[in-house]
Ligand binder design. Structure first.
Ligand SMILES: Nc1ncnc2c1ncn2[C@@H]1O[C@H](COP(=O)(O)OP(=O)(O)OP(=O)(O)O)[C@@H](O)[C@H]1O
Length: 294
């Protein structure tokens, strides 16, 4: 896959504070990348550097083999900022038409209106729109230029449930056309649904980089739950693969590092059970695990 964005030994300081420390990674066509990390980890700073809005203190960033500030690179980029403000007095429709006119090969204004369901507020002044309406307009503006890569900083914040679903579908469809999406969000269940890759930042450094399953597996070692129902008195004291047991109303909840071996032990010891369930890690526990680690 062709690489469209490269970070090479990138550092960023604000005054004496080191915010981004030695970022090295590349991004290819068709990826949906979620940049995750706790508040202050450096996500927005990273996106701003990709967009040429902040300059690295040292190291290099190449966007389409160019400096991110180069207009030739910027013409293939769409973005929404975390905080959206529009100029006073301009209608939503006028902003769409204005931005549309800046791109050589844009989607039609009508297509964006339909996709992002903007019809009901096209004749409203953009600065007077509700938070969710502003967000939908900003998203339409991010996509209208038919960009090769779209940067979305917390794009679903303020969106209602339907609009969220719509956006996730738009993102999925867009990546199927070979376009790249780079986003930050604090809604992990959305990431599980769409991301092809997660980059996890901690204190300005990459702590993990992989598929959703690979990231989940990082936390898997200590926190897989095996639950089952057994109405018989059983002792599991001598079992090797048990980290901890909770027992309530004939339900056993066992934490284990090795669910396969535990189930083998249950069967081998003829423990009577039913309704056995293995609960794999969700992304949230992986996130907590990664955030707590050093
Ligand atoms: N212009 C600035 N001047 C000084 N410090 C800054 C500036 N911008 C960001 N920082 C600091 O850099 C660190 C990273 O901030 P950044 O906004 O990139 O984090 P984030 O991961 O996007 O956080 P959040 O999830 O809260 O949006 C924070 O400690 C922040 O205070």
């Amino acid at each position: 896959m062709a690489q469209i964005l490269k970070f090479n030994k990138v550092f960023k300081n604000y005054g004496n504070t080191s915010v981004i420390r030695d970022l090295n990674f590349s991004i290819s066509r068709g990826e949906i990348i979620a940049l995750l990390g706790v508040n202050g980890a450096g996500k927005t700073t990273t996106i701003k550097m990709m967009l040429g809005q902040e300059i690295p203190t040292s190291g290099t960033i190449e966007l389409f083999d160019k400096n991110p500030q180069d207009p030739e690179a910027r013409i293939s980029v769409g973005m929404t900022p975390q905080n959206i403000e529009f100029p006073e007095g301009i209608l939503a429709l006028e902003i769409l038409q204005f931005i549309h006119a800046h791109y050589p090969n844009p989607f039609s204004v009508l297509e964006m209106i339909q996709k992002f369901e903007l019809t009901s507020f096209l004749k409203t002044k953009a600065s007077k729109l509700s938070g969710g309406q502003k967000r939908r307009l900003a998203l339409a503006l991010a996509f209208i230029g038919n960009p090769s890569i779209v940067f979305l900083d917390e794009p679903t914040t303020g969106l209602d449930v339907e609009s969220r679903k719509t956006l996730l579908n738009i993102i999925r469809d867009y990546s199927k056309q070979g376009k790249t999406i780079f986003l930050t969000t604090h809604y992990l269940e959305e990431i599980e649904q769409i991301a092809t890759r997660i980059i996890f930042l901690q204190n300005g450094q990459i702590k993990a980089d992989g598929s959703v399953n690979e990231i989940k597996n990082l936390a898997n070692s200590s926190e897989t739950n095996v639950t089952f129902y057994s109405q018989f008195p059983i002792s599991l004291d001598h079992f090797k693969f048990i980290e901890s047991i909770e027992h309530e109303n004939n339900y056993f909840i066992i934490k284990t590092t090795n669910p396969d071996a535990l189930i083998y032990e249950l069967v081998e010891n003829k423990v009577p059970f039913r309704n056995l369930q293995i609960t794999r890690e969700n992304l949230e526990s992986a996130f907590i695990h990664l955030s707590k680690g050093n």
